[in-house]
Write a protein that binds this ligand. Structure first.
Ligand code: ADP
Ligand code: LRH
Length: 511
């Protein structure tokens, strides 16, 4: 009997993938050896928003649900051919905050907005007029990002009341694909917390806040814990993909960050002396705590408390991440200079370091029309040399990200009194060796890079856990350590780094 296979559908903002995880269970009780998971990429495809004109011609950024679904089916069909009867279950994870409104008959009410759409530009002022900032934080523990579902829903209420009036249910992006796979309309817990509408104490919708924001209570349906079996693959899809009819649909931690952090190869589960950076389009920089960190200082630091598996809490901040490099790459590609990430990193490594710095989290970098021009403008306005080529530009982004990571870890240490001894960098961004070294230098502690596909691995692990007797998060992470290599980067900083930290602080204070 071959070892069982679990399929992770992992949608990132830059690329989507279907990844198979084959679980080799412990050889025998007596041997004391635990199981391992081997990942195999089945299908990968590009992802990104589509700008669609409204009736007035104004562009609105949306996710292309049919195109994403088509790619998922291609991936599942490849898996059907490759693994056939060995597949036990499928789970979907995606980025947070974006949602689909469902009609009474379970149809999608339009294409979901992409979180970078400009509709939430005045989001805070409009929401705080009804519920003070302090009250929202106390009732959710979530950081204030203008694109949280809360503000997106308020924008829908303002611009498209007809959609909210017709909606009977709200599901988040991964829930929508689970609904396509098996008909479930459940909202999975970890991603639900990113809406900024879930109470961190009850771990359920904050219905009082929902009422004060004048959002329709009925659309917030039951929340399912990660690991919940949602249903069985529709027979129509079994026929289409060649996967067996017995395949279950199991919710992983459907928030990609939740899945990635579940797959951190740490031995220190239950302690807050290690940090993680889930590194992709965004860099999620934080620590794992056993409960939410609320209160005035947390509010002032604008930290977030996202729900994780087994009651864990992710205390973190969003850093703009490799979105900056993605944007620079696009800017230069328009001029005919299209370089891959490995080449961009090589060139940046050869460029002089710590020359010009940006505050990565300046809102001007959230959705600029031309990232390279935006960075040049920022450097000019702050009296720094303008990066003159792609190497200097990428180096500026990477130096600035590393310094920002260090600043965030300082903020978290001030809040909790815990200083991380090591930083685990996971996700596609951990393939950037230069950034790993700069991060170790800026943070002053070793960086352990890997796994690259942490999100897909975390997704597979939660499915595996539903099928096998694996008790704890610590045990799941032991499976990761047995299955994946990590690369260590030792800190190696000189005086310039201390000066650069001060320069970045001044730039951030200026915002
Ligand atoms: P997401 O899930 O948000 O789509 P990923 O976790 O796939 O993002 O990470 C993608 C990012 O990883 C890219 O934007 C790029 O910056 C970085 N990356 C991927 N491959 C490499 C590489 N070979 N060298 C350096 N960086 C890389
Ligand atoms: C990372 C992520 C992050 C959210 C953002 C919208 O992919 O899920 O945690 O803040 O996307």
């Amino acid at each position: 009997m071959p070892d069982p296979v679990f399929l992770a559908v992992d949608l990132g903002a830059e690329s989507g993938r279907v990844i198979a995880g084959r679980f080799t269970p412990p050889t025998s009780e007596a041997s004391g050896e635990g199981g391992t998971v081997a990942l195999e990429e089945v299908h990968r495809f590009p992802n990104g928003p589509v700008a669609i004109p409204g009736p007035d011609g104004a562009l609105s950024l949306r996710w292309d649900l049919p195109a994403l679904w088509k790619e998922i089916v291609i991936g599942l069909t490849k898996a059907g051919t490759r693994y056939s009867g060995e597949v036990v279950s499928i789970g979907v994870d995606t980025w947070g905050v974006d949602y689909v409104l469902l009609s009474e008959t379970g149809e999608a009410l339009g294409l979901p907005w992409n979180y970078r759409d400009a509709r939430t530009e005045n989001a805070f002022d409009e929401a705080f007029a009804d519920v003070p900032r302090e009250e929202i934080f106390a009732g959710t523990g979530i950081q204030f990002l203008p694109f949280n579902s809360l503000y997106q829903l308020r924008a829908t209420r303002r611009d498209h009341p007809e959609l909210l009036a017709a909606a009977t249910r709200l599901v988040l992006m991964p829930d929508w694909f689970h609904r396509c796979l098996c008909g479930s309309e459940a909202v999975e817990f970890t991603n639900a917390t990113t809406t900024q509408l879930v109470d961190p104490k009850t771990r359920d919708w904050n219905r009082d806040l929902i009422a004060k924001l004048d959002l329709p209570d009925r659309i917030f349906g039951p929340i399912a814990a990660p690991g919940t079996e949602l249903g069985t693959l529709f027979p129509s899809l079994s026929q289409q993909t060649g996967l067996p009819e017995s395949v279950k649909i199991v919710a992983p931690a459907t928030h990609d960050t939740g899945s990635a952090v579940a797959a951190a190869p740490t031995e220190r589960t239950g302690h807050a002396d290690w940090a993680y950076i889930s590194s992709g389009t965004w860099s999620l920089v934080g620590i794992e705590t056993q409960g939410p960190v609320l209160g005035e200082q947390a509010l002032a630091a604008n930290v977030t408390n996202e729900g994780g598996v087994d009651g864990t809490n992710r205390l973190l901040k969003n850093v703009m991440g490799l979105w900056l490099v993605q944007g620079v790459r696009r800017s230069f590609a328009r001029g005919g200079d299209d370089l891959d990430y490995a080449e961009l990193t090589r060139r940046a490594a050869a460029a002089e370091g710590l020359v010009s710095l940006i505050d990565p989290d300046d809102p001007r970098f959230l959705a600029p029309t031309d990232m390279a021009a935006e960075i040049v403008g920022y450097c000019r306005e702050t009296g720094q040399p303008e990066p003159e080529d792609i190497a200097a530009m990428v180096r500026c982004c990477l130096d600035s990200l590393a310094l920002r990571y260090a600043a965030v870890l300082e903020t978290l240490a001030d809040l909790t009194g815990e200083r991380p001894q090591v930083v685990h960098v996971m996700g596609g961004g951990c393939r950037n060796g230069l950034l790993n070294q700069l991060t170790a230098n800026a943070c002053g502690v070793p960086v352990l890079a890997g796994p690259v596909e942490a999100t897909a691995l975390g997704n597979v692990l939660m499915q595996m856990r539903a099928a096998f007797e694996i008790d704890s998060l610590a045990e799941l992470r032991a499976v990761v350590r047995r299955s994946e290599e990590v690369t260590r980067f030792e800190p190696n900083a000189d005086d310039d780094w201390a000066a650069a930290k001060t320069r970045l602080r001044k730039l951030s204070d200026r915002a």
